[in-house]
Ligand binder design. Structure first.
Ligand code: TRP
Length: 343
């Protein structure tokens, strides 16, 4: 792949605080891995472990989550020759750029960030004297770190969930301000890509599958555990033989994310014909298990070999730094921090 045939630079980060679940897979991981196979795209995927520190002060959890997420992406077939796959904390240029951007970013812009505003609103609701109670500088400056992630590699497309769109707009804002102040197009203005097609999976209780609702099905649990979790998915109390509505059913929704149109139509007919919940759950388990069996084996093998994962991430970091190093050199010059010998 020559640089000139690459038409777009796609970048996204994964905050390393949780264990990947079916919802992450269908909504983010699967589309990202597919996209990374397009030779006209240079993709950057990274473990946002500096971001993890904002929400999580449990080192064991951060460590485990980083390993689990890396092993998951590799087990599912991320092509690390094509995509650049790295850990944010292995790129010291990122915090350096974060500082430079912080120095041109208006505090008022950060005041408007949804996550920060939600914390303030919560304090006000709870009658706390200090509206900033519990707000760290990490939380407050979160969007600047995210801007550095993106702008460092001049990414033009950033696939994210809806909740992150504001952060991409802030990155544009900060990039524009930097370019203006230092009178050159140092940064590409990134665009959020929100795929309306991507599915939001429901969890065990029918609400959106999410770590914060504690209703997830982790991707790589054992077969036995997977079956147990599938059996826990909430259904209504209709008996076998009674027609059932597929569209409002969590089981059907999850099933649909793993089969083709024909199988989906078959299952829909089964619902109309009154398939029992036990049988429907068995069918879902079969489909999930077939889909996940091989990646699960690869995942378990990878988890046994953290040294190998480390090596993959180190070589990703090297590729990322090969770009970040010269970029920072230019930016240092731009702001007046270049070497005297280069004058
Ligand atoms: N904040 C993002 C999230 O929670 C993760 C993230 C960090 C990210 N840096 C990024 C996403 C840069 C896109 C680009 O989902």
């Amino acid at each position: 792949m020559t640089a000139s045939s690459v038409t777009s630079r796609v970048l996204t980060g994964i905050t390393t605080t949780g264990t990947p679940h079916l919802g992450n897979y269908v909504g983010a991981i699967r589309p990202a891995i597919q996209a990374s196979q397009d030779p006209s795209v240079q993709s950057y995927y990274f473990l946002a472990d500096f971001h993890a520190l904002i929400k999580c002060q449990d080192p064991q959890r951060v460590r485990e989550s980083r390993l689990e997420i890396a092993a998951t992406w590799l087990a599912l077939g991320l092509d690390t020759d094509n995509a650049i796959f790295y850990r944010q904390s292995d790129i010291p240029e990122i915090p350096e750029l974060t500082w430079m951007l912080s120095c041109v970013c208006a505090k008022g812009l950060m005041n408007r960030a949804h996550a920060y505003k939600a914390s303030v609103a919560e304090n006000e609701r709870a009658g706390n004297q200090d509206p900033d109670k519990g707000v760290t500088m990490g939380l407050f400056g979160y969007p600047v770190l995210m801007a550095a992630d993106i702008l460092m590699f001049n990414a033009n497309k950033v696939p994210v969930g809806r909740d992150q769109v504001q952060h991409i707009e802030m990155a544009r804002d900060i990039a524009g301000r930097f370019n203006h102040l230092f009178k050159s197009q140092y940064f590409t203005l990134p665009e959020a890509v929100v795929d309306e097609q991507t599915q939001v999976l429901s969890g065990l209780d029918g609400r959106k599958m999410s770590k914060s609702y504690d209703n997830t099905i982790p991707l790589f649990v054992s077969e036995k555990k997977l079956l147990k979790l599938v059996r826990k998915i909430k259904t209504n109390s209709l008996e076998p033989g009674e027609p059932k509505d597929a569209d409002s059913c969590t089981l059907f929704q999850i099933y649909s994310a793993f089969v083709d149109a024909e199988q989906r139509a078959d299952m829909r007919r089964e619902y109309e014909n009154g398939i029992g919940w036990g049988a429907a759950k068995d069918r879902l388990f079969e489909v999930l298990n077939t889909h996940l069996r091989e990646p699960r084996e690869r995942y378990n093998a990878l988890m046994e070999d953290p040294g190998y994962i480390e090596q993959v991430l180190q070589s990703g970091a090297q590729r990322a730094r090969d770009e970040a190093g010269p970029t920072m050199e230019k930016l240092r010059q731009a702001v007046g921090l270049g070497r005297f010998s280069d004058l």
